[in-house]
Write a protein that binds this ligand. Structure first.
Ligand code: COA
Length: 332
């Protein structure tokens, strides 16, 4: 196949949340905690939680439809649907269910798993397909329902997470608006944050057993993850900025994975970025994993705060451990 190199632009966004929410006073009825403890340590005051009737596919599809509408693109225009999630409805993947629900008949669809880094890893993956000229229009959705996997008796983790979905449309563009990126992984620190499979032996024959276990609730070493984030995230943003030939001073917005306000503040301080440029909505949503970046982007865009051409540094970080940054200018 003959391929043509192309520029990349991000031209639309959308988001969706479950119907029900639980504030810090509400979660204090579930575990021994308080609004004061959660708000001062994390900045989180509320989170949306999916009911048993709400599926990952449903909210991912809704976020995707809203992004298509903003981009003025139809589902039939899509060449690829990429779903960043760690909580699919089906372990074989949920991207094809989303593709079917959207009616994106011409698009190839697949899941991408990189936990809270999933959206940034997805952004880079989508951009590569467009840059090489292979695909023209890509819908990238970040969606997670971590409430399915949180240990609701562990106050050290359950207060942090919420459910949600966010999406962006990337398209081939004469002017290249995807300016730089850097991705990294460190499997030696894998045990800091897990949602692991626990094997359980089921004997089949006298000398053969298979494993018929289940996934266990999320576990986290909070202090290690905090230290990792405040050290590695500024470094990776600087790497991406270097690739983009830009300085942190030239950024209009810092859009980090919404894990903890103290992490956002520490990263902004290290990069000497003004508080007014730091996008933050975790007070309302908690940590929505792969959804947090596009959710925060969409909310800020719909408030009219981000203008076409604004330069945004985004960074995701989390389980793996994995982390990554991308620099882009908003709009075509
Ligand atoms: N409410 C009240 N008390 C709580 C609590 C809660 N929800 N969770 C923990 N505590 C208690 C602990 O039991 C401990 O009590 P003790 O001193 O009597 O033993 C005390 O608060 C301190 O706990 P610790 O876990 O050391 O707190 P911390 O200062 O490390 O803060 C986090 C905990 C989770 C807020 C912090 O480590 C963090 O934000 N880490 C990064 C997590 C993250 O972002 N993960 C996602 C990455 S994608």
């Amino acid at each position: 196949m003959q391929t043509v190199a192309s520029g990349v632009a991000i031209i639309g966004s959308g988001s969706a949340s479950p119907a029900a929410s639980l504030d810090n006073d509400g979660i204090s009825q579930v575990v021994d905690t308080s609004d004061e403890w959660i708000a001062t340590r994390t900045g989180i005051r509320n989170r949306y939680l999916a009911s048993p009737q709400e599926s990952l596919t449903d909210i991912a599809t809704l976020a995707g439809q809203r992004a298509l509408a903003m981009a003025n693109v139809t589902a039939l225009d899509l060449d690829m649907v990429l779903l960043a999630t760690s909580t699919p409805d089906d372990l074989f993947g949920s991207a094809c269910q989303v593709q079917g629900a959207l009616g994106a008949k011409h698009a190839v669809a697949f899941d991408l798993t990189a936990a809270c880094s999933g959206f940034v890893f997805g952004l880079v993956t989508a951009a590569q397909f467009i840059r090489t000229g292979t695909y023209r229009t890509v819908l990238l959705i970040g969606a997670d329902l971590l409430s399915r996997w949180v240990d609701w008796s562990d106050r050290g983790t359950c207060v942090l997470f919420g459910d949600g979905a966010g999406a962006v449309v990337l398209q081939a563009n004469d002017c290249d608006r995807f300016l730089g990126f850097a991705l990294q992984s460190d499997g030696s620190q894998n045990s800091c944050l897990n949602l692991g499979y626990q094997p359980k032996a089921q004997p089949l024959t006298a000398n053969l057993s298979v494993s018929q276990g289940t996934y266990q609730p999320l576990t986290m070493q909070g202090k290690e993850v905090y230290r990792f984030a405040v050290n590695r995230v500024p470094e990776i943003i600087e790497k991406a900025l270097f690739q983009a030939n830009l300085d942190a001073k030239q950024l209009d917005w810092l859009l980090l994975h919404q894990a903890n306000q103290r992490i956002l503040d520490a990263v902004a301080k290290r990069l000497r970025i003004d508080d007014q440029k730091v996008i933050s909505n975790m007070a309302s949503y908690g940590n929505t994993s792969a959804a947090s970046i596009p959710l925060a982007l969409d909310e800020t865009l719909r408030k009219g705060q981000i203008k076409s051409g604004d330069v945004i540094a985004t960074a995701g970080f989390g389980a793996g451990l994995s982390w990554g940054a991308a620099i882009f200018a908003w709009g075509p």
